[in-house]
Design a protein around this ligand. Structure first.
Ligand SMILES: Nc1nc2c(ncn2[C@@H]2O[C@H](COP(=O)(O)OP(=O)(O)OP(=O)(O)O)[C@@H](O)[C@H]2O)c(=O)[nH]1
Ligand SMILES: [Mg+2]
Length: 675
């Protein structure tokens, strides 16, 4: 079920004080400076009624339970938020519901947290959702946290010690193994100061969020505020969003504008990775925004419905995770239904085991490689596995490709950026990929992508074809195909100079971007394998060796032109005088082409050819004429006809040819003979 959370009076006071519509924005310099202090998100987790919300309230003075129903029932239903200023650290709390039925809401909040505060009531100890929440945080890759035993005012010291033992047992071997355990009471305030101090220390140790990713804000709440319009909140998981930014709301792709931003209740010009952020959006109605949607830069991500993943099935899962099982995927704040296809021979991953799988989703989500997620069974809803996205834009696999898919996914699971780029590029086959495609796979910034692609290129894994990346294996394959195509053309048409580039492109590169085609030809030319002459490609060794019969024909044709000098025959006349029958015309044409290729004949106009010797003689005569007519060096058509000894029929095409050859330049009805 998707949720659209509407505003309640409480939100207005706690989180939002954005400028009202039509109100003049404050001048930039009047704004609060970008907060420089550390900002971390601490998420509570733990069983129902264990005192999570009471703890947040005792620490911050703010009640995270904001819904009237929560107040009435005394339980948390949906995520609550509160923040705490610890001097040099600002803590944004995400308080989650402990109720078994609201784990889905817990999941929407758990994904963005830096620090886990695992809350256990001293009078109850470790309970089912203590375990489930802890598993979820572990599977989502949370790396830092502490354990808080609450309600110590309700338990004897002996019991508290017992609970400490239980907690230590629960987290043994996990990221919380050495985490400090605090015994506190929200009621009496005992232990809270020490806890605050520890929160500060832990927060300072939290590594800064990676700057490798472009901004992304998974929406965990959306509501309308009177006078402001649509407001969304969420943890900015990466990058920065600034006031005025144009963003896409995914998966719909709707274009929206960040009209105003708030972090920790104050207006800011920009929000940074790791901050709980509220954004007033222009260009959209809150009713069309749902929890789980993602705000991101325009044209950067591609929503997906098929993802290849690595899964860790919980030891506590009631049964193995099998192919065709209908599951709920929780990724960031989104929940979508889908089916699993386990990518192994057994078609299942047993409880406590891991493996590769493909998830086919019923609706699109935004996902990038490396991203963590949680899998819950469809019914009853129960957390069964966690995982990591390996190929976010996967295709369906055929059974016989399984081994190959397996080895690819194995590499993706544990490899550096350049290797992953090489794999994503290879997946695109001969199509290749641009930086924008790789951005959709990874969510990385342009700088990171450029660097990764550069390294992949340096390692010889990919080739950069004018900005289209293609796997070296594909590039080599295309090069071989091109050479073979030209070779077989030479075999079919030994008299032809080579293969028209366009024909080559159509035959072998129809599904390849033009950049790749050009790069392949350029590489083949550079290696000296292929010679490119104008629009024709030929193999370097291709020579136009003629049979002796054809060689005689060629000589006769050439003689016909040579003898005619500047008054050459038509092609038909030349063929006739060479003794070529009409039926052999096509063959004769090829031989004619041979003479043209070897530069014995020159095409002056249309089908009008001259022997190169005759043209050379004419050019010399013309130069001498110019020298003896200094300084004008001019000649008119009549004088030219006389000089060349030709009629007007030949004189005009010849003069135009000489103009093209830059031997003469037309000036009115005369030609200037250039030096
Ligand atoms: N005596 C005592 N009562 C506490 C303490 N902390 C919480 N409580 C009480 O325990 C009950 C549950 O506390 P909550 O903070 O709502 O528990 P919760 O973990 O947030 O519960 P859910 O959000 O529904 O999972 C409330 O009646 C609180 O007043 C404490 O330290 N001492
Ligand atoms: Mg609560």
């Amino acid at each position: 079920m998707k949720m659209c959370l509407r505003s309640h009076q409480e939100n207005v006071n706690i989180e939002i004080g954005l400028k009202t519509e039509g109100q003049k924005p404050k001048a930039k310099d009047q704004r609060l400076p970008v907060p420089q202090m550390r900002s971390v998100v601490v998420g509570t987790a733990g069983h129902i009624d264990h005192g999570k919300s009471a703890l947040v309230r005792a620490l911050t003075g703010k009640d995270p339970d904001r819904l009237p129903e929560e107040k009435r029932r005394g339980i948390t239903i949906d995520l609550g938020f509160a923040d705490l200023d610890l001097g040099d650290v600002r803590v944004g709390f995400v308080d989650v519901p402990g109720h078994e039925r609201f784990v889905k809401n817990m999941l929407a909040g758990a994904h963005g947290i830096d620090v886990l505060a695992l809350v256990i009531a001293a009078d109850e100890g470790v309970m089912p959702q203590t375990r489930e929440h802890f598993d979820i945080c572990r599977l989502l890759g949370v790396e830092t946290g502490l354990i808080v035993i609450t309600k110590t005012d309700l338990a004897e010291e002996e019991l508290i010690q017992l609970v400490r033992g239980e907690a230590a047992e629960l987290v043994a071997g996990s990221f919380l193994e050495n985490a400090p355990i605090f015994a506190v009471s929200a009621k009496t305030g005992a232990g809270l100061n020490e806890l605050k101090e520890a929160l500060r220390d832990v927060a300072l140790q939290v590594p800064a969020r990676s700057s490798a990713f472009v901004p992304r804000l998974p929406v965990d709440r959306a509501f309308t505020m009177k006078g402001f319009g649509a407001v969304v909140t969420g943890t900015l998981v990466s990058g920065e969003i600034a006031e005025g930014n144009e963003l896409a709301l995914l998966p719909t792709g709707l274009r929206v504008r960040a009209r105003g931003l708030q972090v920790h209740g104050s207006s800011v010009a920009r929000a940074l990775a790791g901050q709980r952020t509220a954004i007033n959006l222009g260009g959209i109605d809150a009713a069309s925004i749902q929890r789980g949607m993602v705000l991101a830069p325009l044209d950067r991500f591609r929503p997906t419905q098929i993802v290849d993943v690595h899964l860790d099935v919980l030891l506590s899962a009631p049964r193995a995770l099998r192919s065709r099982a209908r599951v709920r995927l929780h990724i960031h704040a989104a929940e979508v239904l889908g089916r699993v296809r386990v990518l192994n021979a057994k078609n299942e991953i047993a409880a406590g085991e891991s493996g590769f799988a493909q998830l086919r989703l019923e609706s699109p989500v935004v996902a990038v490689s490396e991203e963590r997620f949680i899998i819950r069974s469809y019914s009853p809803s129960q957390t069964v596995a966690g995982g990591q996205i390996l190929d976010p834009l996967a295709l369906k696999h055929r059974g016989r490709d399984l081994a190959q898919v397996h080895s690819r996914l194995k590499t993706l699971l544990d490899s550096d950026r350049a290797t992953r780029i090489s794999i994503f590029v290879a997946l695109s086959g001969d199509h290749g990929q641009r930086l924008a495609d790789l951005a959709a796979y990874t969510g990385w910034t342009d700088e990171v992508l450029t660097q990764g692609a550069y390294e992949a290129k340096e390692r010889g894994a990919i080739v950069d074809c004018e900005g289209v990346f293609i796997a070296s294996a594909n590039f080599d394959g295309l090069s071989r195909a091109a050479v073979e195509e030209i070779v077989s053309h030479h075999k079919r048409e030994p008299l032809a100079r080579g293969l028209a580039r366009e024909t080559l492109r159509e035959r072998q590169f129809a599904h390849t971007p033009p950049e790749v085609f050009r790069a392949v030809l350029a590489r083949l030319e550079q290696q000296g394998e292929v010679v490119l002459a104008k629009e024709i490609a030929r193999i370097r060794e291709h020579s136009l060796e003629l049979s002796s019969v054809d060689a005689q024909l060629r000589d006769r044709l050439e003689r016909a032109y040579k003898q005619a000098a500047l008054e050459p025959p038509t092609v038909d006349e030349a063929m006739q005088s060479a003794g070529l029958a009409h039926a052999q015309k096509t063959h004769g044409r090829k031989i004619l082409q041979h003479l043209i290729d070897s530069k014995s004949l020159v095409r002056v106009q249309g089908d009008l050819f001259f022997h190169e010797k005759a043209l050379d003689l004419l050019k010399n005569k013309l130069r001498q004429y110019g020298d003896s007519h200094e300084p004008a060096r001019a000649i008119d058509v009549a004088a030219f006809k006389e000089l060349a000894g030709v009629s007007r029929k030949y004189a005009i095409p010849l003069l135009e040819y000489l103009d093209r050859e830059r031997l003469t330049r037309r000036e009115g009805d005369r030609r200037v003979i250039l030096k």
